[in-house]
Design a protein around this ligand. Structure first.
Ligand code: DP6
Length: 421
């Protein structure tokens, strides 16, 4: 290793997407190793709109491992962080940076400390799977810094020990987390089913639903389900294995009707096992239910699904439209039902890929006010238009997997001090 007196800092910055499961992971067979009771399948979301950026740094001047999340220092003492750090460290290899005159050997890594800074480009509290992107990014960035030679599948098994769903964020496009059989979890890894270009017509609209109540965390929720629900056994043994095969087929053939039917059915069954938990867990609220009704009515009136919906451990709706044209009709329907509150700018109410809004012919508030009721509810119950039930919408699409950001301007740590910028 270079002289201790030399104040070098080596850094890597990476960006990792979040993902949304269309066949859900719910329930563990091993709490520490985070081994699931069924396979799951997800779509990776475009990191342009939803991602974590993490800078990891090493320097002989650091006297302990430290981490900052969205600018605030957080503790790394939790078992999940410790497990990821230990697994990555044990695989560290020699690293040489000729420009800085630094040589770190495999053995040096045991003594060296790390600084980690992580930033989500979306509100952490909005319930948008921030831990998935976060742990995936931590593991991916550390693997690069420490010259870990393991392939992406092995890295996914390490990220899994941070948060189950994180293993699926190691790939772009469409990803399967294979539950595996090994007690140690060596075969519980993520694999890519298809990259994001395979089915690039899909458009994703996320409704971030306002909620007053603090939700049960996924970790404790799924533990309670496994302990108290009989329905979860049936789901894991009988239902999911068949759905996994059908979903893989639907993705391979870009069969939207099958994809939508399976996604909606699996989301609904996941929430059914939550209700079958004792005491029952309610993740969706009235707004979530209204969004489901709106999509179901529309899909029925068209005779074939136009939009798939899926909800994780919270009230937010993730809506997947079969193409851009459907997405522009979807955003019209959503803005008709959930117009922005009077004090909210349209620009901050619909974020992400704004071109969907343009396609829908919506440029300003008066365009929202002029929206007609969707035909399928016109002659039905008077359409409700409520303000304030949705905080905002994010328009996005399936996206790529993790990347290293080479441009130092993206780094979250100061290259001289290794402290947050
Ligand atoms: C409903 O991965 O957050 O989003 O493994 O305990 O960290 P831990 O749980 P987490 O659970 C995600 C559950 C889900 C479904 C899914 O992403 O598959």
């Amino acid at each position: 290793m270079a002289e201790e007196s030399q104040k070098w800092v080596l850094m890597v910055t990476a960006q990792t997407p979040t993902n949304i499961a269309v066949i859900k992971y719910w329930g563990k067979r091993d709490e520490t190793l985070i081994l699931p009771i069924n396979d799951s399948i997800s779509v990776t979301l475009d990191p342009k709109h939803l991602c974590t950026t993490t800078t990891v740094a090493v320097s002989p001047t650091f006297d302990q491992d430290r981490m900052w999340l969205n600018g605030k220092e957080i503790s790394l003492s939790g078992g999940r962080y410790q497990n990821c750090l230990r697994e990555i460290r044990s695989r560290a290899c020699d690293v040489e940076d000729e420009k800085k005159g630094v040589k770190i050997t495999k053995k040096d890594w045991e003594k060296l400390h790390l600084h980690i800074a992580s930033y989500n480009n979306f509100p952490t509290a909005a319930g948008l799977a921030s831990s998935a992107a976060g742990f995936a990014c931590l593991v991916f960035a550390l693997a690069k810094l420490m010259n870990v030679k393991e392939d992406q599948g092995k890295l996914s098994a390490i990220a899994r020990q941070g948060s189950g769903s994180a293993c699926r964020s190691l790939y772009g496009g469409f990803v399967k987390w294979i539950m595996g059989k090994d007690d140690k979890g060596s075969d519980s890894i993520a694999v890519q089913l298809a990259d994001e270009k395979h089915w690039d017509e899909l458009v994703i609209v996320i409704a971030v639903v306002s909620s007053r109540q603090k939700e049960t965390s996924s970790t404790s929720g799924m533990r309670e389900t496994v302990e108290t629900s009989r329905l979860i056994e049936h789901r894991a043994k009988e239902v999911v294995p068949k759905r996994i095969v059908q979903m893989e087929e639907a993705i391979k053939n870009r069969d939207f009707p099958a994809f939508a039917r399976l996604s909606c059915a699996d989301s609904n069954q996941f929430h059914a096992v939550c209700l079958d938990t004792s005491p029952p867990i309610f993740y969706m609220n009235d707004t979530s239910h209204r969004i489901i009704s709106c999509v179901e009515k529309w899909n029925r009136s068209e005779g074939t699904p136009q939009v798939a919906y899926t909800f994780d451990a919270g009230p937010n709706a993730v809506l997947i439209a079969r193409n851009r044209e459907v997405a522009s009709q979807l955003i019209q329907r959503l803005l008709f039902q959930f117009p922005p509150p009077s004090d909210t700018e349209l620009n901050s109410y619909v974020i992400g890929d704004k071109s969907i809004l343009q396609d829908a012919g919506i440029q300003e508030m008066k365009d929202v006010e002029a929206l007609p009721p969707p035909p399928e509810i016109k002659n039905n119950i008077p359409a409700q238009r409520t303000k304030g039930d949705v905080s905002y919408f994010i328009c996005t699409k399936p996206g790529r997997g993790p990347v290293v950001l080479c441009d130092e301007s993206h780094a979250l740590l100061n290259p001289e001090t290794g402290l947050p910028k």
